[in-house]
Design a protein around this ligand. Structure first.
Ligand SMILES: [Zn+2]
Length: 315
């Protein structure tokens, strides 16, 4: 009896050893796969980076100098859309050429598509052309208080989709929100250094409406809220008259738009007055700067913009 028992224990032992050897030969299990997050603009990419850090695999569609209003997604972009678990877009018709594909992707099972502009309280949004089906100005990042809400919406979405990292996302979002509060205070203080009557901000297209409302500037632009329609000679003459009447010392080019229209406005004003009109520098309107430039973060970009404006209008 004892002999048989010993024999059985030996057999069980051999079986277990075999199982252990088998396990040792199996490939090392891969690290848990990270969430694949695709964003359209650099601004959104920076927000995701601040909320999620290395916890997610981030793919950014639109790089420095790319105009989101007119950008048409390529075949390779569409593949990136397919591979993403979560897609964050600005929405409010900013990515005008992607509206259809985003709407289609939103119907897919297992894919989360968030148009961040839609998450904001619409009473805080500026109107666009409601009669054309475009209710709100999409350039919401230009008011830091609105952008803070966008960051919170990103954290909420990621926490829902990836609950195992929810605490990290929420903690990071809280830390970053404090940095955004400091940025908002900086922008207000810098804007205050410019006398009220000199706070007229003239740019190539109407991207600074929220900025003007938040930081106390009257904003004027050659093109409207989108760059889809070309500026006309009449638009240029009309803006030249506003600049002359307001005694505006400088106007600004934008990194995502050819400087031609703003140079045409400059020439029209100079022809009419016989006096020089300064180009005040380059503002980041719809995209941020190149990697390593200091304007490749949202905070760096906003600081660059206000510092450039103060240098040109505050003198
Ligand atoms: Zn724009």
């Amino acid at each position: 009896m004892i002999h048989r028992l010993r024999w059985m224990i030996m057999l069980v032992g051999i079986t277990l050893m075999g199982a252990a050897c088998g396990a040792a030969r199996a490939p090392v299990p891969a690290a848990p796969e990270r969430l694949r997050v695709l964003v359209t603009t650099q601004q959104i990419g920076d927000a995701v980076q601040n909320v999620a850090g290395e916890q997610v695999e981030l793919v950014m569609l639109l790089g420095p100098g790319i105009d989101p209003h007119t950008y048409i997604p390529t075949e390779s972009d569409l593949r990136k859309f397919e591979q993403a678990d979560v897609i964050f877009a600005n929405g409010l018709h900013l990515e005008a050429q992607m509206d259809r594909v985003l709407a289609q992707l939103a119907t897919r099972e297992g894919k989360t598509v968030v148009q961040l502009g839609d998450q904001l309280d619409s009473t805080n949004l500026l109107s666009w052309e409601p009669e054309a089906g475009l209710p709100y100005d999409p350039h919401v990042w230009n008011d830091v208080r609105l952008w803070k809400e966008v960051v919170a919406a990103i954290a909420t979405t990621l926490a829902e989709v990836d609950p195992s990292n929810a605490a990290t996302y929420q903690a990071n979002a809280t830390t970053y929100a404090a940095e955004l509060d400091a940025l908002h205070a900086y922008l207000l203080a810098q804007a205050d250094t410019i006398p009220a009557e000199q706070r007229i901000l003239v740019t190539a297209h109407d991207a600074f409406g929220y900025f003007g409302r938040a930081y106390g500037f009257e904003v004027e632009a050659v093109q409207g809220l989108s760059t889809e329609a070309e500026a006309s000679a009449a638009d240029i003459q009309e803006l030249a008259q506003i600049i002359i009447a307001g005694n505006v010392p400088a106007i600004f080019i934008e990194t995502t738009i050819s400087p031609r229209t703003i140079e045409a406005v400059q020439a029209a004003v100079q022809d009419a007055t016989g006096k020089p009109l300064l180009l005040g520098g380059e503002l980041y309107s719809d995209a941020m700067g190149a990697p390593g430039s200091g304007t490749d973060t949202y905070i760096g970009m906003m600081r660059h913009n206000i510092d450039t404006i103060v240098a040109a209008l505050g003198a």
